[in-house]
Design a protein around this ligand. Sequence first.
Ligand code: 9MR
Length: 861
Amino acid sequence: MPRTALRRRRLGVAVLTALAIGAAGAAPAAQAQDEEPTDLITNGDFASGTTGWWTTANLTGAVADGEWCVDVPGGTANAWDAIVGQDGLPLVTGESYELRFTARATADVSVRALVQRPVDPWPTAVEEFPVLSSEAQDFSYAFTANADWTDAQLAFQIGRHAEPWQFCISEVQLLTGAEPPVYEPDTGPRVRVNQVGYLPDGPKRATLVTDAADPVPWQLHDAAGTLVAEGDSQPHGEESTSGESVHVIDFSDASATGEGFTLTADGETSYPFAIGGNPYGDLAVDAMSFYYPMRSGIAIDDAIAPGYGREAGHVDTAPNQGDGAVTCPANACDYALDVTGGWYDAGDHGKYVVNGGISVAQLMSVYERALNAPTGDTGRLGDGSLRIPEHGDGVPDVLDEARWEVEFLLAMQVPASEELAGMAHHKIHDEKWTGLPLMPADDPQPRYLQPPSTAATLNLAAAAAQAARLFEPYDADFAAECLEAAETAWQAALAHPDLYAPDTSPDGGGPYGDSDVSDEFYWAAAELFLTTGTKSYEDYLLASKVHEADSFGPGAFYWGGVAGLAKLDLALVPNALPGRDEIVTQVVAGADGYLDLQAASPWGLSYGSSGTFDWGSNSAVLNELVVVATAFDLTGEAKYRDGVLTGLDYILGRNALGNSYVTGYGSHDSHNMHSRWFANQLDPNLPNPPAGTLAGGPNSVTGTWDPVAQRWLTGCAPQRCYIDDIGSWSTNELTINWNAPLAQIATFAAEQAGTAAATPSCEVQYLINGQWPGGFNAQIVVTNTGDEPLQDLSLKWALPTGQSIVNSWSVALTRDGHTVTATDIAGGQELKPGRTFTFGFIGAKDARTAVAPASVTCSAA
Ligand code: 9MR
């Protein structure tokens, strides 16, 4: 076919291509005007057959009419198991290039197109995943080289598909002198709002991006277009994290409720949002239901998680090599462990104890907070509350989900007969990194246990100790098993306090390196103390340098720094640690620090004022909010609740990119997170991540960037160093540890919707009147502080660990799980305004001092 005809026929498709590139977040390249581009490809029009080109041995093909078609066998595992390529391409650092080609396929498949150095570790200059179909499409990708290479390779990696198909390519060019790619994200309206919604009695703020120096008027309209509130913005000026000039719009006083509100200012109208209802209820459920499709070792049931059904991953079924009997590389250990189960860490198939420990701890804290916080509500976390298989077992679903991971953590412990008995292996992962997409069940790699580490051992100790106290009323045997594993791990860590995991990793997994484990020791001691009350843990805490240190800096805590997490639990979970008030003071002071930073930020952001947004910055934002939420639970002061809600606005769209970082929430959401199996961007047959998945978020640390970030984000303001592209693992991965604080904050926010109206005017004094070895006497005095009589009054609290009820007087006490409910108060008669009623019980306890519950809630008819 003559070349001109070929071009004309494909013109329409070229437009489509440009749109596709725009959707990926960037403008297509244009040719620089002052120099003649050179095409680096030899025989890109296939006029000389396949001269200059090579293929892997499993491909055969033929050239006809300037198009080369090759037959690709089915049944290979990786994209690079079948390659069409050309070598010896020279790239010059700082120069920009445009890769162009035309391609079609006999099936709708995605392939991997890249320019790389064909030498381990295979650095790439550009990596793209065009989706081919039966009609030829033109593709164009611009990139800037960041190294001088004389031997770059253009590769079309076309393996990985189950069925045989045919790949046809024509008009391949690699042109010099291209315009550098420019990142032009779709930031939507300049009025940036929480795209999900606000609470009627909560703070309601938006950020307007504008160069206007003076206040500008704003209007709030309801879904019908009726004006419901108006005012003027507050100019803030240049803001460094976004690189933009902004104003704040405060519409907190708006009292209308409903769906579909919009905010208009400076000629721009925001995405729609709700006011009222319970905008965060589904978010909380989704953020926790995220974990089920992340499970390893179990088939995911499509009826439970619609759209996410898949085969079990890493069971002992080929091509998986299975996690049923995993040993150490180079026979470094003489045993094999069954480490089936647990959650995959992130977009990869690795399972890492340090990160598993913090993730499951924060998920369990969703439940533990609900037990102890005055506005906590275990009712929304009951059996049947999440999309998981364990319904009907009488156990709160979030604990069922947590157990899936805790059991994996226990399995990672070194067996009793070995030298490092009780230590935990740091991680288990593939021998080599695999490509994307790759379903867990299709991973053919051998997997190994990496050496035990003190950090992993202590994370296991902390998480298992917390599990022990939370599972105690539901499964005493499992609770005992957890506690034994935790205490064994603690002793092992004391015996091997400096087995540090390195900052570098063998191929196929992330490092999770950590050479300061003083915080891990503190966390494990705190959880063991909360669960057992044992004096040796108390002594350890009080002697630790961590105890009095400020633990609430930027990001509050993360997998490598867990002191803050320990302090939140010491502050909120009932215990008799001497000087415990000091810890409460530290938590509240930490929260005050975050509120101060938040007040200074026109985005309501406490994180990032230093100018750095770290890998996983969204989790740092949310973990700071967990501290603020705990301060609310401890003090009841509304400013902390408002701070949490304001912080959540950033995650849900009030940010420099106008992007909601949670899949399925908001008009413009992240949905192409880095994942091997939620890989819809690469393969239309695969799903996007499930609703309620959090993206890692802006990462301004350029030295940690992946090739996609390097290609598109150069020069970004910190808050804008993010791209919703599946290749950008350093800005856009999904992980078990990042979704956990989302679950915590979404649950907290959901509980704040409408709590004020439900609380009757009553005051409770809960006194431990006396205690003796093995028992105590509790007296509860309830007062009606309101003007109306209280009818059918009942009280609820979570019984502190180590206590049980023996007998009671002047009341009926029932116990369900941790929760005690007191009914038949005042003999079933109404409690008149100003009157008090006293009842009590004899309790049994373990060796520790009996303490009162963290909070008691009243309800009345
Ligand atoms: O979350 C981790 C981040 O703090 C580190 O800076 C980064 C580089 O070591 O690794 C992140 O963890 C990744 C892990 O190593 C492998 N699985 C995916 C994790 C999220 O990106």
